[in-house]
Design a protein around this ligand. Sequence first.
Ligand SMILES: Cc1cc2nc3c(=O)[nH]c(=O)nc-3n(C[C@H](O)[C@H](O)[C@H](O)COP(=O)(O)OP(=O)(O)OC[C@H]3O[C@@H](n4cnc5c(N)ncnc54)[C@H](O)[C@@H]3O)c2cc1C
Length: 555
Amino acid sequence: MANIQSSPTATTQGPIAHYDAVIIGAGVGGLYALHHLRKMGFSVRVYEGANGVGGTWWWNRYPGARVDGPASPFYCYTFSEELVREWDWTETQSDQASVLAYLEYVADRFDLRRDIQLDTWIRDARYDEDQQRWWVETSRGERVGCQFLICAVGTLSAAYKPNIPGIEDFAGKCYHTSRWPQEPVSFVGKRVGVIGTDSSGVQAIPEIAKEAAHVTVFQRTPQYTIPARNRPVDPEEMRQARENWSDLRAQMDASPLGMPLKISQRLAAEDTPEQRQALYEALWQKGGLDLLFGSYADIITNKEANRTLADFVRGKIREIVRDPQTAEKLLPDYYVGTKRQLLDNGYYETFNRDNVTLIDLRHDPIQTVTATGIRTATGEHSLDMIVLATGFDAVTGALVRLNPQGRGGVRLAEKWRTHFDTYLGLGISGFPNLFTIHGPGSPSVLYNMPLGAELESAWIGDCMKHLRERGLGAIEATPEAEKGWDQEVAMFANATLFPLTDSWYTGANIPGKPRQFCVHLGGSHYFQRIADVAAQGYEGFVFEKEHYVDVATAS
Ligand SMILES: Cc1cc2nc3c(=O)[nH]c(=O)nc-3n(C[C@H](O)[C@H](O)[C@H](O)COP(=O)(O)OP(=O)(O)OC[C@H]3O[C@@H](n4cnc5c(N)ncnc54)[C@H](O)[C@@H]3O)c2cc1C
């Protein structure tokens, strides 16, 4: 930071703007990182490809899109008590529009927009070893320099569109759930085909079915989903949450999931089958994630314990879905909870509607899309509209698509060809001064993500300060530290059943993607670990002294 040390605003001598940090992405992660780093006195610029802030909540406008984690008001930032006091959540399972409205409010409330450039994709990012800077090129043709590149590009932001033969020939409208149009889409009188039954499909299908003439659901993998039991938030509940905010925040910090959920300490085998059934039933009626996390401590770690809950949910599917053949097709056969745990609003019930048909692609695969529908092995399904609820190249996809060029001109996609190595889920060897928020190797999608973004941004800010105060120009994770970290992430994962399931957690939804479970399951332990690394002088990272660079002429 030779010439721009402590600069509260960007240095713009010469034709190129220079910042202490460029943040890519204005979702939950990027917005908070901007606020935090700016408060610390750094000059920061955020670039966002969408033409609004909000990330996930800007893109995923499909009908039924809602948080699938903790009940409101816990999917929110915690850094400002004023914000907690000011914002009223209206439903226990907030919908996309409310979360987006909240994030827009945050952007205005903390005057973030002046440092955010929307409608701007970062097309390239290269590290200059001599200048210890990143050079970033935007879709608008700008070239920008920065010491630190902070990738808040999202874990569920790289939409995945499978290569389905004939899809280009379809004459009707075709939408991807995460690239949903801004204007409302009407399904009235339409025959709609939905491909995919993961989170987005499970949320969208019941809503589409309420309006459409007919919905044909093309299912590759059945889902275990738990009733969300969404309901209005009582003003008294909001009042109590605000009053007890410091307690709740302490519970979130202590929780492996960053949520004030009660995690059971009891093992499934400690109860009789009747007791288990009664507990599962009570938690099913209650709704939400308690069934998975509040029932028994070993559901995710012990095959037999897992089977007891899987059997219970399979029993529920048989009970709810009236047609036994349809019910059979809906029965999942993997370990419950090892794919993203879904919360639904009447998903299984939707298959009792006369206007809904389920096609099991495992036995009746898609052969081709035609101009008028989808042909499977057993016949043609006439459609006016196709909804691709086919999800994301999760956790690593947006980073690989960004594909920054690090030391020696090596691209990230090349480094990650067979394995996604990071150190702490925050740094990558060969990519000095690059940080990720919610990156692979961090708790990301298995943690309350707004809280995770706050904690990771705080760590990154402190690290940047460490460099600034010591006249250091670059920080970089060592390959040895990455190896150790990889083992630590794998150790946590291998103590669970997660790696045994084909899921987007393991990369199995993307053809050719290396199979790796790259979410750190340590929760609060993870945040203690990264704090310890910082306290020990950023053990596992190497530093370089600052080179002299005249940013007025740097290019
Ligand atoms: C339907 C749904 C429900 C969810 N529910 C929950 C929940 O209940 N609890 C929870 O914790 N999490 C939930 N999540 C996960 C959610 O993604 C995170 O909570 C959070 O919104 C992620 O924020 P982020 O800033 O990391 O990424 P994002 O919100 O994905 O933002 C990343 C942004 O980066 C931009 N970007 C990417 N690449 C570039 C580039 N090259 N140039 C410019 N811009 C770029 C993207 O356009 C995007 O706007 C849910 C996700 C979905 C899809």
